[in-house]
Write a protein that binds this ligand. Sequence first.
Ligand code: JCF
Length: 683
Amino acid sequence: MSDTSLEQRLEQLKQQINQYNHQYYVLDQPTVPDAEYDRLMRELITIETEQPALKSIDSPSQKVGGQALKSFSQVNHQLPMLSLDNVFSADEWQAFSKRITDRLASDKKIQFCAEPKLDGLAVSLRYENGLFVQAATRGDGAVGENITENVRTIKSIPLKLQGDDYPEVLEVRGEVFMPKASFEQLNEQAKKKGDKAFANPRNAAAGSLRQLDSKITAKRNLAFYAYGIGFVGKLDALELDESWLENSHYQRLCQIKALGLPMCPEVKLLKDDSQVDSFYQHILTERGNLSYEIDGTVFKVDDISLQKRLGFVARAPRWATAYKFPAQEELTILDDVEFQVGRTGAITPVARLQPVFVGGVTVSNATLHNQDEIDRLGIKIKDTVIIRRAGDVIPQIVSVVLDKRPENAQDIAFPSECPVCQSAVVRAEGEAVLRCTGGLYCGAQRKEAIKHFSSRKALDIDGLGDKLVEQLVDENLIQTPADLFKLTELDVSTMERMGQKSADNLIKSLSIAKNTTLPKFIYALGIREVGETTATNLAHYFLNFNAIKVADEDTLQKVPDVGAVVAKNIVSFFKQEHNIEVISELESIMSWPDIEVKSADQQPLINQTFVLTGTLTQMGRNEAKAILQTLGAKVSGSVSAKTHYLVAGEKAGSKLTKAHDLGVEVLTEDQLVALFSQHNIVI
Ligand code: JCF
C-alpha cells in the first residue's frame, strides 16, 4: 500500500474503533462482535508498528498502557478543582437551600441539577483541539498529579472528541471509579494469587490510578462520569471563554456528553427544591441496583449565572452540596451478650450494643449467630466493634477493633442450661447451634411456636402480633396453639392495653383461621426444617393429613425435597406426646380439604420422565421439579434410556453428554419456561 493510502486506512481504522469503543463503553450498546473489533485493532497496531511515524496520541492503541514512569509530575490547575460541602439530613438540606435563596434575594424557583455522588476520585481531563492531552488528580485543588498515561487507558474516556464543535481548550471534570463487578473480579484474582484484597471500590480505583506502570491500570476496568467543566477557552489565552457553553449546568453536561464523554444516566434536572427529597430517596432505594458504589447525592444550582452570583467559600462552591447517605459502618461497644431461645430450641447469642446510628437506623442489638461466629470474630464483652448495616440488610458485626480492647474485656460464656426453662442444652455433632432440650415445656419455644402458627404464611391470624402472643402466654391464657381457639372475647377484652374492638376482631379472625389448607396447616405446625415448599410437597404427595402423621422415614424420603434429616424431624415430631395431644385438639377444631388427585387432563405431563441438570437462572431446580410434578411428570436424578427429556441449565456436564449419547431430547431453560407457559404456569 502506498503511504497515503496507508494513512487513509489508519485514519479509517481509528475512527471506526473509536466509534465502537464509544458504543461499547459509553452507550453500553455494542454493535459488532468482539472478533471484528479485535481484527481492526490488530490491523491498526500492525500498521503503527511498521510505520511508527504514523502513530498519534489519539490512537485507540494508546489505551493499553505505555512505558512505566519513575514518578508523577505535577500539574497546576488552570482553574481550581473544588470540593463539595456536605449535608446529612433534611434539616441541613433546608438550611442550605435557605442560605442560597436568602443570598440570591429572589422568589424565583431555583432549579437543581441532581446526581448520585460517586465514590471514586475526582480528576480533570484536558482536551486541546479535541484531543485528550492531560489528566490530573485534584490534589489540593490547586496542584494535582499528572496521571495522563493512566487515564488514557480508561476505556470510556475518548482520546478524541466527537464531531467538530468544541472550544480549543476544554477541561472536563468528573469522577473516576471502579464498577462493583470489576472490583469483585479484581479482588477474586487477588485472592487467587494470595495478594491483599482492596477494602472497597474507591480504594481499588485510587490504587489503580496511582500505578506508575499504566499497563497495570489498563487491566483494571476503571470507568468515568463527567460532572462539570473546568477551563474552557483559547489555547493561547488565559481568560475563560464560555461562549461555547450553555447557561444551564445540566445542559452543559449534555454538551459534553454529545462530545462522547460518559455522563451518569441518573443525572436529572429538578424544577425546584421540592423534588430534592424524592430524588434522594429514589437514589437511596436504587443504591443496591446501581453498578457502582455511591455514598450520597449531589445537588447543584443549575443556572450558571446564579452559580456565579453565589460564588465560593474556601474550596467549595456555595451553589452545590453533597447530600450524603447515612454511614453504613460505625463503631460501637459490645455491652453484653444475651441468649435467646428460638422456636426449635436453638439458643442464639445476641449482642447488646451501645446504641449507634448506622445505615439510617439506631442499632442496639445484633445477632452473633453461634459459637463458630464468636470464634471467627474473636470477640469479647466490652470490645469495640465495627457494625455494618447496608440497605435493608440486618445489622452485622463485621470485626473487632483489637487496639481498643480494654483490660477488663470478658470472654463470652455459653449457658450450660436453657436460660428460659433451665432444661439441659445440647450441641449436636457437626452443628454449630446449641439447643434447649425442653421442647414445648420451654416457655420460649411455646411462644415462638404460637407466633409461627399464626404468622402470615401459616394461618395468617389477623390482629395476633408477636407482642400479643407473648402477653397471652405470660398471662397464662394460652399454652398451645390449640388454646388460641378457646379464647373468649371476655378473656381478650380484659387484657391490658386491649380495646373491645381489637378483641372483637381477634376473635373473628381466629374463627376465620379455623378453615385453612393442608399445606398451610402442615407449615403452621413448625416442624424443624419443614418450610413452605416442603409442606406443600408433603401435602401433594400424601393428599391427607393422616397419611403424613403415620408415614415412616423411608416413605417420607420419597417426597421431593425431603432427605434423611427432614424425614427424621417429621417422624419424631409426630411421636412426641405433647404434639399428639395438641394436634388431636387442632383436628377437632380446625378443618381443611384433602388434596384432590388431578385427573389425567389436569396432568398433561403424566408418564413423562424429566431430568434436570446444570444451573437454572430463572427459577430454582427444586421449583422446576415441583412444577413438573404438579403437571404430572416424574423427575428423576439420572439420565437413562427411559428419560424423555433432559433440561440442561448453565454449565451442564456429564448428564448432558449422556443424554446426547442416548439420543434423549434436550430442553433449554427457555424451552422449559415455554412448556410451563403452555400449561398456564408463568415463571
Ligand atoms: O460524584 C462525585 N463524587 C462528585 C464530586 C460529583 C460532583 O458533582 C462534584 C464532586 C466534587 C466537586 N462536584 C464538585 C464541584
